[in-house]
Design a protein around this ligand. Structure first.
Ligand code: HMG
Ligand code: MG
Length: 287
């Protein structure tokens, strides 16, 4: 029997958050409904961040209210602070995520606070989620390089990841936010992180700026990781990480997994149709 490879779909959130033109809410809902038919167990549906900071995600509550939820799928959301958590809870998000950075420069630009302050903001979110029985995922951005601070020391990644897990996150997703990692830098970073955290509690989150995301995933698989974030159509970018291109394409990861005899549970044909759908919406919005 083939080994399971978990693919966490990021398209509706990380994929769309950076689109310059507002994607109509109805299209986001349709995208999520189509993704629900593709075989995912988790879909990052939106983010409850400040609409002034990320206008594209201002309709998070409306999106959550109108999607057709398929049993067995966790519809998740980013929550940077307790206000975001309360909004996510009101929208019945099945899982939330706090997002930290391994570099001070990105932390400041992205969430307007230091790394230390970010932990202070996350603590009440994680406590409240625990009381409400809502799982919390953690992200660590800039795992090999920061657009503001330069190369990231691997021990910073290990330290921030360890802290998020100690605080109560069930898993940490390691984000190559600007897509500059190579297999070598990925392996060096993972060597340090795996000294303190088991592979089962880590996920890889690669952007494809240098077309190396699949190679970085391969390196991560060799080191034991079995969960990866990706976005349908390779959508994406981060408004506070200049130069960041799309997430690795879900279809590309699913195809690679199939070739390597990993089981993703995904339906390749449905992924293709969903990709065509969202790319045509994106094109129409930009026209
Ligand atoms: P701030 O300005 O320091 O916050 O922003 P504040 O607490 O001073 O509040 C300012 C205003 O925002 C107030 O409203 C608050 O009520 C409101 P006003 O009084 O001015 O009308 N506010 C909110 N509104 C709605 N929902 C909220 C919320 N919080 C405050 N949750 C803050 C701090 C964290 C809010 C802001 O910096 C922010 O929203 N940042 C999010 C940026 C973001 O979403 N970035 C992209 C996601 S991260 C990413 O893409 C990386 C990842 O993919 C992994 C990788 O690739 O590495 C995860
Ligand atoms: Mg990202």
């Amino acid at each position: 029997m083939s080994t399971k490879l978990n693919i966490f779909e990021m398209g509706p959130r990380d994929g769309l958050q950076n689109e310059k033109t507002l994607i109509p809410t109805v299209n986001k809902i349709e995208l999520i409904n189509r993704l629900s038919g593709c075989g995912f167990e988790k879909i990052e549906t939106s983010s409850f961040v400040s609409p002034k900071w990320v206008p594209q995600m201002a309709d998070a509550a409306e999106v959550f209210a109108n999607i057709v939820r398929k049993p067995g799928i966790r519809y998740t959301a980013l929550t940077p602070n307790i206000k975001g958590y309360e909004r996510a809870k009101s929208s019945a998000a099945d899982e939330v995520a706090v997002f930290a950075s391994a570099s001070e420069g990105f932390s400041k630009k992205n969430i307007n606070c230091s790394i230390k302050e970010s932990f202070e903001r996350f603590a009440p979110v994680i406590e409240a989620a625990k009381a409400d029985d809502i799982p919390v995922r953690g992200y660590v951005s800039c795992i090999v390089e920061c657009p503001y601070d330069g190369p990231t020391p691997a021990h910073n990644v290990a330290m921030v990841s360890e802290r998020l897990l100690q605080m109560g996150c069930y898993e940490v997703s390691l984000g190559d936010t600007t897509g500059v990692a190579t297999p070598e830098t990925t392996e060096a970073m993972l060597d340090a992180v795996l000294k303190v955290i088991p592979a089962e509690q880590l996920a890889g989150h690669f952007h494809d700026t240098r077309d190396l995301a699949l190679s970085n995933i391969m390196s991560s698989i060799k080191l034991g990781l079995r969960t990866f974030d990706s976005a349908i159509g390779g959508l994406g970018g981060c408004p506070y990480a200049p130069g960041a291109k799309g997430n690795v394409s879900t279809l590309a990861v699913a195809r690679m997994a199939e070739l390597l005899d990993y089981d993703t549970g995904l339906d390749i044909e449905k992924l293709k149709h969903t990709q065509e759908f969202i790319l045509s919406i994106k094109e129409a919005a930009a026209a």
